[in-house]
Design a protein around this ligand. Structure first.
Ligand SMILES: Nc1ncnc2c1ncn2[C@@H]1O[C@H](COP(=O)(O)OP(=O)(O)OP(=O)(O)O)[C@@H](O)[C@H]1O
Ligand SMILES: [Mg+2]
Length: 316
């Protein structure tokens, strides 16, 4: 058994003269959650559709659960589950009936389909509403039912294409809980998202995609570290002392940024606690009053904007 549940090397997919995938690489370890993070049109759905054998790639190697998607499509299909960007539920049927139907479509016997439906409803907190028609479900309930449907066949690898797009924060939290609960069972999850927070919360590793290629990958912490160190920011009460304050931060003067409108000086620092202590001491010694002093780490948003901006510069 290869250690990767998903392995993609140099995948290309072209639509007319447009490269939807332009040499995409991806390696996902078994039993992990991998986030594919990218803006609209980055190639996320194209990647998922190729992995799920719904679309053929033009070039490159693509293996899922140990099988090549070209030569072993049947083997791959048997081992995967897919939650598409748009749901495929029957609005008039209840949640339980929907799941039973999915089970029958996947060749489960009637009894097995029924017990599997009940297990999944229970697991996703839908047991009480299993008989209510889906058109009366909230957005979060629908998405959890979708998720349940994608698990009917007990897949080894599960693809979730933007599982929480369009959901309110509460429903999004419910879906996150549901996804987390899968991982204990050993399922490998590939999740696409435009939400940095979602990737940060759920994924063990993240690949940032932009224009059909991976522009960065690593753990959320590694990605944050790539963009730079922690920062110290100081808001000075008296704007006339801003320059003086800038000179007191414990880094080279060239590293300090000064925001006159906000009366703020800031700089990246190596040792955050020592830098904070030194900043407080130096400001105090100089008699400069601070309205606010903060230590902060770069957010994944900053990482993302920075990485995709680098890519644009490289392409220009
Ligand atoms: N059937 C198609 N015909 C032509 N171009 C397509 C087709 N499907 C996708 N594309 C193009 O390929 C690129 C990648 O699309 P894809 O749907 O994979 O992006 P995505 O990352 O899933 O975006 P979104 O966040 O909007 O879902 C886009 O430029 C898109 O316009
Ligand atoms: Mg998409």
């Amino acid at each position: 058994m290869p250690s990767e549940a998903v392995l993609v090397e140099g995948a290309r997919k072209r639509y007319g003269d447009k490269d939807a995938l332009d040499g995409l690489d991806l390696a996902i370890g078994r039993g992990t959650v991998h986030g594919l993070l990218g803006p609209n049109g980055a190639g996320k759905t194209t990647t998922v559709r190729i992995l799920a054998t719904l679309l053929r790639h033009d070039e490159g190697l693509v293996r899922v659960a140990g099988h090549d998607v070209r030569t072993g499509a049947r083997e791959v299909r048997r081992r995967i589950g897919l939650l598409g960007q748009h749901a495929a539920l029957d609005e008039e049927l209840g949640g339980r009936q929907n799941l039973e139907m999915f089970g029958r479509l996947h060749h489960l016997g009637a009894r097995r389909a029924g017990t599997r439906a009940d297990e999944l409803l229970e697991r996703f907190g839908l047991a009480d509403t299993g008989r209510k028609p889906v058109r009366h479900y909230s957005g979060g309930m629908r998405r959890r039912l979708d998720l349940a449907a994608s698990l009917i066949t007990e897949p080894e690898v599960l693809f979730l294409d933007e599982p929480t797009t369009g959901l309110d924060p509460r429903a999004r939290g419910e879906v996150w809980e549901a996804v987390r609960s899968l991982v204990g069972g050993g399922v490998t999850v590939l999740l696409t998202t435009q939400y940095l927070e979602e990737a940060d919360r759920l994924a063990d590793r993240i690949s940032v995609v932009d224009r059909g290629r991976v522009v960065a990958d690593g753990t959320p912490d590694q990605l944050k570290a790539r963009v730079g160190a922690d920062r110290v920011d100081v808001v000075v009460r008296d704007a006339t002392r801003l320059d003086e304050a800038a000179g007191l931060l414990p880094v080279a003067r060239a590293e300090v940024t000064v925001d006159v409108d906000r009366r703020r000086v800031g700089a990246p620092v190596a040792d955050r606690m020592a830098a904070l202590a030194e900043t407080v001491r130096a400001l105090g010694a100089a008699g400069i009053e601070a309205e606010d002093i903060a230590l902060r780490r770069p957010t994944l948003d900053e990482v993302f904007l920075r990485l995709t901006a680098d890519e644009k510069e490289a392409a220009a």
